[in-house]
Design a protein around this ligand. Structure first.
Ligand code: APR
Ligand code: PHB
Length: 384
């Protein structure tokens, strides 16, 4: 078999890349280890930056997202017994976030790729990178020759590992995890609430008018079964009901998961014909909701660079791929680390705790600080 771009992984990165390249008439094959059902049901952060929304709309993927997603013009930071709204409409006019589940984005991408006749293969669990001199993959006893390999196979994939000797890795882990909770209950507030309580961080988010999503800061070795439904609601209430008049509505919990908190970057994002994109190249803690948005930003740059390669033969954009992406990646690394250290409870000394409180207070009172948070949260403009 032969194709121009062999894409490993059908997460948001691989699927959007396949869609954008095939729209330019560039042949691709996508190989995914898991089933379609699995890919379409993974629950992850559901906050889309303005640029992500614009990119998906431009690519003809906006119909359901615009109809079913909810546009939010602010978020609340809750600490010290009060809520402080970061008002996007005032601080970053014209830019907002759209709350739309990541698995919905994935469903839309899979449907669009299949409708366009893209060669999308699920349940392929033995993909190997055969070589980079004459780039090819092997799977299921077959050989797939290609010009480029797009490593869109997430943090635990094979692509980054195949070129590990060529990469520098920068990494930070945090001394806690997030317990994620999905519940059949209407959101208790119209916008997201980032609560820095004395008991630890907690987030109130949502998926629809009748489904809420919550996160609790928990010890890193926590397992979902360690938490009963009652214990989850008690802790969510204790961390959120810290302002007068706020009551957290409860309902049946439908899913509980634990996510590790990690910052990670591998550089460069290109080694010869192998191009890394999304979680395969970098991870952020979910506090800033940047993971999916960074994957989309990478793929935008990559699709344009590969388009130029096949259209004009120029490799200028391809040669700049890694540096172009890493500028945005490191901005998001800093923002995600900043939000994480600002809002979580650390086993730190009293001095550090006082500093953290002073910083939160500064964000709540200073327009300059609030604007810095807002412009990063809704997403800085793309370089192109
Ligand atoms: N062969 C084929 N597919 C693989 C392999 C492999 N060896 N290893 C991993 N995969 C697949 C995974 O099953 C997954 O479907 O690659 C896909 C990677 O998708 P994601 O993990 O969603 O990563 P990405 O597309 O970069 O999306 C980034 O996802 O993890 C979230 O928070 C993150 O929102 C961010 C977004
Ligand atoms: C979510 O809704 O899943 C979500 C929202 C904001 C975050 C992380 C996750 O920062």
């Amino acid at each position: 078999m032969k194709t121009r771009v062999a894409i490993i992984g059908a997460g948001p990165a691989g699927l959007l890349l396949a869609h954008l390249l095939s729209a330019k008439g560039i042949d691709v094959v996508v190989l995914e280890r898991r089933s379609r059902e699995h890919c379409e049901s993974r629950v992850r952060a559901g906050v889309l930056e303005q640029g992500t929304v614009d990119t998906l709309v431009e690519a003809g993927l906006g119909e359901r997202m615009l109809a079913e997603g909810h546009v939010h013009h602010g978020i609340e930071l809750r600490f010290g017994g009060a809520g402080h709204r970061i008002a996007f409409e005032d601080l970053v006019p014209g830019r907002a976030i759209t709350v739309y589940g990541q698995q919905e984005v994935v469903k839309d991408l899979i449907a669009a790729n299949l409708a366009a006749g893209v060669d999308l293969r699920f349940d392929v669990d033995d993909v190997a990178i055969g070589g980079l001199d004459r780039p090819h993959l092997t799977f299921g006893g077959q050989r797939l020759d290609c010009d480029f390999i797009a490593g869109c196979d997430g943090f635990h994939g094979i692509s980054r590992a195949a070129v590990a000797a060529h990469l520098d890795v920068f990494e930070k882990t945090y001394p806690f995890a997030w317990l994620g909770v999905l519940a059949d209950v209407a959101p208790s507030a119209p916008e997201l609430i980032y609560a820095a309580s004395e008991r630890g961080f907690s987030l109130h988010s949502m998926r629809s008018d009748s489904v809420s999503r919550f996160y609790l800061q928990v010890p890193p070795d926590t397992r979902p079964e360690d938490w009963s439904e009652d214990a989850i609601w008690a802790e969510l209430k204790a961390r959120h009901e810290t302002v007068p008049g706020f009551t957290l509505a409860t309902g049946p919990i439908t899913q509980v998961d634990v996510a590790a908190m990690r910052s990670f970057v591998a550089e460069p994002m290109r080694v010869g014909p192998l191009l890394l994109a999304g979680d395969a190249a970098h991870i952020v803690p979910p506090t800033g909701a940047k993971g999916l948005n960074l994957a989309v930003a990478d793929v935008r740059v990559l699709a344009r660079a590969l388009g130029e390669h096949y259209r004009s033969g120029s490799d200028e954009l391809l040669d700049a791929y890694s540096a172009t992406c890493l500028r945005r990646v490191w901005r998001a690394q800093h923002f995600s680390w900043w939000m994480t250290t600002l809002l979580h409870r650390f086993e730190s000394d009293d001095y550090d705790r006082r500093l953290q409180r002073s910083h939160l207070d500064y964000v709540a009172r200073s327009r300059a600080q609030a604007t810095a948070l807002a412009e990063n949260y809704v997403g800085l403009p793309y370089d192109d």
